[in-house]
Design a binder for this molecule. Sequence first.
Ligand SMILES: *Cc1c(COP(=O)(O)O)cnc(C)c1O
Length: 240
Amino acid sequence: MSDLAGRLLAVHARIRAAALAAGRDPDSVALVAVSKTFPAETLLDAVLAGQHVFGENYLQEALAKMVDLDRLLALRGAPAAPEWHFTGPVQGNKTRAIARHFDWVHSVDRLKIAQRLSEAREPGQAPLQVCLQVNVGDETSKGGVNPAQAEQLARAMAVLPGLRLRGLMTIPRPTDDPAAQRAQFRVLRELRDRLRTGGLALDTLSMGMSDDLESAIAEGATMVRIGRAIFGERPRAPAQ
Ligand SMILES: *Cc1c(COP(=O)(O)O)cnc(C)c1O
């Protein structure tokens, strides 16, 4: 078994243990392998080890990788069509390409961006699956709307024809304290519950990374976004 396949198995074991500890079905937690900075050859190893869902943060890098991975898969006669999730900050001038080439976007936190993604989705494509990114930490955490503004934005996104609003995403303020991790994830879950009660059909909580996936699953994560625990430490991010 390759090192990568071994790490992937270990991540599945962590997800399973965390779900069972929370009295949840392990199959209710999907794994997005966040492959930013790693080359298509590494993703091929992951596909061959059974992983089909990838998260990317940088558009140009991702587009090149999609082409390279398709070519590598075709050479192997492997029919797998990976699913691509955009997990990085969405810049206004990148919405067109993101809407066309990705299946999901986790990081929508402005109406203008949501509208542009919706308009750019091709009529022949299924609606783009999106999450609204919420800032559950404090001003030091990255991106996302403040919880008090989330409902208004979620309602506006839910009616855009090119999008399907699936749920909420967060990147919490980093902390080693499991209680503090859980408190932040709980804010997202409670917000999701309130929006559901208000009539929005949200089925996704995208939360949990390599260092805090157990806390996220305990609080109801349905998608964890895992990079380093699968691929190893990242080289420094390329400038874009
Ligand atoms: C890089 C990244 C991840 C993965 O983080 P790890 O700590 O490597 O597991 C998850 N989500 C987002 C939005 C990221 O940018």
